[in-house]
Every structure is written in structure tokens, then in C-alpha cells.
Write a protein that binds this ligand. Structure first.
Ligand code: G3P
Length: 216
């Protein structure tokens, strides 16, 4: 499963990229707002740090407006992936952009039927929001299983990008289901490495090593 960081914070992206674990980055208008940075500038900087896809979201709601914004965004770098909302205009834009060789991430997906539409529109990625789904009394992971089943039934090449990931259980379940990608805030990705027995083990080994009086 590929790991994307769901952030526009340069320091976090650099740190995660240095681990070799980072396969891409996703941003959205809220994350850009949080970063306090200019959208085009920060997207360009992120694209220079990671080789993989960097999602940059349009804000226009109509097809023509989306195409105009996508035109500007895709000029930023070759690894920009245009993010469009799961609406009729978004799907139309997805079809036009992917037919032209541009990567597209169809976002704000909350049903398996919506994901089916994104795949039919040729999306590179579809982003079901599992955390927000759970928040509203639905089962986010059941949604991922349904989408996996449908995409496998018809051999769709669209990658399932599990978004709105809140904790390690989401990551584990996404991997067990066979999602292609998950995007999570840097703190969630860092948290995956933590285990109390790992820390305890290191502590024990170091204490015994000190008793040997040796150095390496
Ligand atoms: O980038 C889209 C998605 O991951 C948002 O997550 O936590 O705002 O629901 P969240």
C-alpha cells in the first residue's frame, strides 16, 4: 500500500520523505489555509521534495472553471495530480484531464456508487473519506471493501486512495482490504512506528549493553 501525507507543511513532508516511506502528498483548500502559504508556491515546493503524485485541488464548481484552474495547476510540475470534487462537473473535468494524460484524484467520495462513477470517468485515484464517514454514523471501512470489490469485478485501474484517515486502525484495515493508497496526517504516519514493547526492548538491550563495558 502506498503512503501519501495529507498535509501542506513542508517540514513534515521533508522529514517523512527522508524516511523513504513517502509515495506522494495530498492537499486540500483547508490544508493550504492551515499552512498559511501561497497555493502555487507551496505546491511547487512540495513537488520538488517528493517524486510521487501531489494532489492540488480546484475550487471552481463548474467544468469550465475547473479546467481553467487545472490548466494553471498542472503547469506547476509533472507530478501534480488535479483534485476535483465528486460532482457531475468534477467527473466531466476528470474525463477531459485524464484523456489528456493528466493525473486526477476525485475527492469527497462517500458512496461506492460515487466511486464507480469516478472509475468510469477514468480517475487515477478516488478518495473515499473514511474518518468523516465514521463521524456521521456510517462504516468507512465497509465503504472501502465495497469499492475494492466493485473495482476488482470490472478490472478498473482507478486506485483506491483511503482519505480522512484518523488512526492506525484505519491504516491496518485499509491494508487488509487491499486499498492501493492511504493518505494520513504526518502525526498518524509517525504513530505507526510506535510500540511500547519496542521502546521497552531498546531500554533493556541498552541497559545490558552498558554492563558489558563494550563499544562498537
Ligand atoms: O484530504 C482529504 C481528507 O484526508 C481530509 O481529512 O481529517 O479533514 O476528514 P479530514
Amino acid at each position: 500500500m502506498k503512503f501519501f501525507a495529507d498535509t501542506a507543511e513542508i517540514a513534515d513532508i521533508k522529514e517523512l520523505a527522508a524516511t523513504g516511506l513517502l509515495d506522494g502528498v495530498t492537499t486540500n483548500p483547508s490544508l493550504i489555509m492551515k499552512s498559511g502559504r501561497d497555493f502555487i508556491e507551496v505546491t511547487k515546493e512540495i513537488c520538488g521534495i517528493v517524486d510521487g503524485p501531489v494532489s492540488a485541488e480546484v475550487v471552481a464548481l463548474d467544468h469550465d472553471g475547473m479546467m481553467k484552474e487545472a490548466e494553471k495547476l498542472r503547469k506547476i510540475a509533472d507530478n501534480v495530480c488535479i483534485k476535483v470534487p465528486l460532482t457531475i462537473d468534477g467527473l466531466k473535468t476528470c474525463k477531459a484531464l485524464t484523456s489528456d494524460g493528466t493525473m486526477v484524484n476525485v475527492t469527497l467520495c462517500f458512496s461506492a456508487n460515487q466511486a464507480l462513477l469516478a472509475a468510469k470517468a477514468g480517475a487515477t485515484f478516488v478518495s473515499p473519506f473514511v474518518g468523516r464517514h465514521d463521524d456521521n454514523g456510517f462504516d468507512g471501512m465497509e465503504l472501502i471493501s465495497d469499492i475494492r470489490l466493485i473495482f476488482d469485478n470490472y478490472d478498473f485501474g482507478t486506485e483506491i486512495l483511503v482519505a480522512s484517515v484518523r488512526h492506525g486502525i484505519h491504516v491496518l484495515q485499509a491494508a487488509k482490504i487491499g486499498a492501493d493508497v492511504m493518505t494520513a496526517p504526518p502525526a498518524v504516519i509517525r504513530g505507526l512506528v510506535k510500540h511500547v514493547l519496542t521502546d521497552k526492548g531498546i531500554e533493556g538491550f541498552l541497559a545490558d549493553w552498558a554492563k558489558t563495558g563494550q563499544t562498537i
